[in-house]
Design a protein around this ligand. Structure first.
Ligand SMILES: Cc1cc2nc3c(=O)[nH]c(=O)nc-3n(C[C@H](O)[C@H](O)[C@H](O)COP(=O)(O)O)c2cc1C
Length: 411
């Protein structure tokens, strides 16, 4: 499975002799379908030119604060990245990261980003073995930074020992593995996404502003967590994520039927679709002609897909989404109880967040807990949501395991 397709990788290049290998890494990542933006330290530009990375990545390369054109590029890049990999990571860059400095563009991005950070150290073996470097690396590890390598072998300076940067194909694999967490391995997940269209007549419908981006991101995140995923999607302009079974529908009724056809054996149901609440009672078979007088449309409630799935005798673990314009937490808790589901992911709509935006913020509520996911790209939010679902699902399924199974495990 190609887990790097469409992934947003920020590659930091610092001033080490191994910087030339990072050009090959960019080429490989691009060939695997990833989007790559390169940020170089000023020392790195003494080893490889920015133009090389620009040509290979197809993106503008930033080499310092003077390239921060909007003055906010570092924040934009920090939010854009799904992974940050620094390769090579010099002793100096490791020291600056360990101290949490923000005195160059790359360090500032690392500080401002919530994306997982990976570093591939590359330096002379004595520098790597020095207590100062050891301390810095230890601090980074304690903060959850993934330290990749270094390799041992012959070095550019003629020494032999640890300090060689991992080869580009290994770093590519490490990055790819970082997207496969396996938390939902073996589980079947059904996700709904996008809006529904409720026909008024053959050319008109009642719809909403949902873009489907959140639901597609959730489907992708669930797949990357190892689940087998069916995505039931309303009309959207998004491509089907790879490795996912997608079914396109139009109306709430079609969405319900498509969900019910796939719900048997489903372990987790995540309803992100913005399903219409009402539909015309009697859609006209012919186009309605304009008239001088007022015209009113009689509406009836559509089936509540989430509540219906939650009420099934053999039902999956259910997550619903709630778009609210006010009293976010209160309404989310009410909706969770009313629908009888395990979790509600609520988001405030209006302003720059919500339906058509790439960013969002979510409040997850479940029985006895909640988690605020601050403003971030929908892909990152989807990863965090799926991680939380996986945690709660694992806890509850262990708690409800029949006693004889516990006996089996402890035997
Ligand atoms: C020819 C040459 C090769 C170097 N190779 C390395 C290296 O492989 N690893 C390293 O940590 N530093 C190396 N350095 C030193 C770094 O370039 C120096 O510490 C620089 O300040 C790093 O800055 P940066 O971390 O901001 O990129 C080298 C210096 C020179 C002149």
């Amino acid at each position: 499975m190609n887990l790097l397709a469409e992934k947003r990788i920020l590659l930091g290049v610092s001033g080490g002799i191994a910087a030339y290998k990072s050009a090959e890494l960019v080429r490989r990542l691009r060939a695997a379908g990833a989007m790559v933006r390169v940020v170089m330290t000023s020392a790195a530009t003494g080893f490889v030119s920015a133009r090389t990375f620009q040509a290979l990545s197809g993106e503008i390369v930033r080499c310092g604060w003077s390239d921060d054109q909007s003055g906010m590029d570092h924040i934009e890049l920090a939010r854009w990245a799904e992974r940050i990999l620094i390769a090579p990571a010099s002793a100096d860059t490791l020291a600056r990261l360990a101290q949490g400095r923000a005195d160059d563009l790359l360090a500032a991005i690392c500080l401002a980003s919530r994306a997982p950070l990976l570093v591939a150290p590359a330096m002379n073996q004595a520098m790597w073995r020095h207590a100062a470097t050891r301390d810095n690396v230890q601090r980074l590890l304690e903060r959850g930074v993934q330290v990749c390598g270094p390799d041992t072998g012959e070095q550019a300076c003629g020494d032999v020992g640890p300090g060689r940067m991992l080869e580009p194909q290994i770093l590519q694999q490490v990055l790819s593995d970082s997207f496969a967490n396996g938390r939902l391995a073996g589980l079947k997940v059904v996700v709904t996404a996008g809006p529904t269209r409720e026909a008024v007549d053959p050319v008109r419908f009642l719809g909403n502003r949902s873009s489907g981006k959140m639901g597609y991101a959730v489907a992708r995140a669930a797949r990357e967590a190892g689940a087998s995923v069916a995505l039931v999607s309303g009309p959207v302009a998004l491509e089907a994520p790879t490795g996912i079974q997608r079914v396109m529908v139009e109306s709430a009724q079609e969405m319900l039927e498509a969900v019910l056809a796939r719900i048997e054996g489903c372990d987790i149901f995540i309803a992100t679709a913005a399903v219409a609440d009402y539909r015309p009672v009697a859609p006209e078979p012919q186009k309605i002609k304009k008239q001088a007088s007022d015209w009113s449309l009689q509406l009836e409630p559509v089936p509540d897909i989430l509540a219906m799935v939650a009420a099934l005798e053999k039902r999956p673990w259910c997550v619903g989404f709630a778009a609210e314009t006010e009293h976010l937490e209160q309404n989310a808790r009410k909706k969770r109880m009313h629908k009888g589901v395990e979790m509600i992911a609520a988001n405030q709509v209006g302003g720059e967040l919500g339906f058509e935006s790439d960013n969002n913020e979510l409040l997850l509520v479940w029985e006895g807990g909640e988690r605020q996911l601050p403003v971030a790209d929908k892909n990152l939010l989807a990863d965090q949501l799926v991680e939380q679902v996986a945690d709660l699902y694992a806890d509850q399924n262990t708690a409800h395991e029949p006693l004889e199974n516990h006996a089996k495990h402890s035997a």
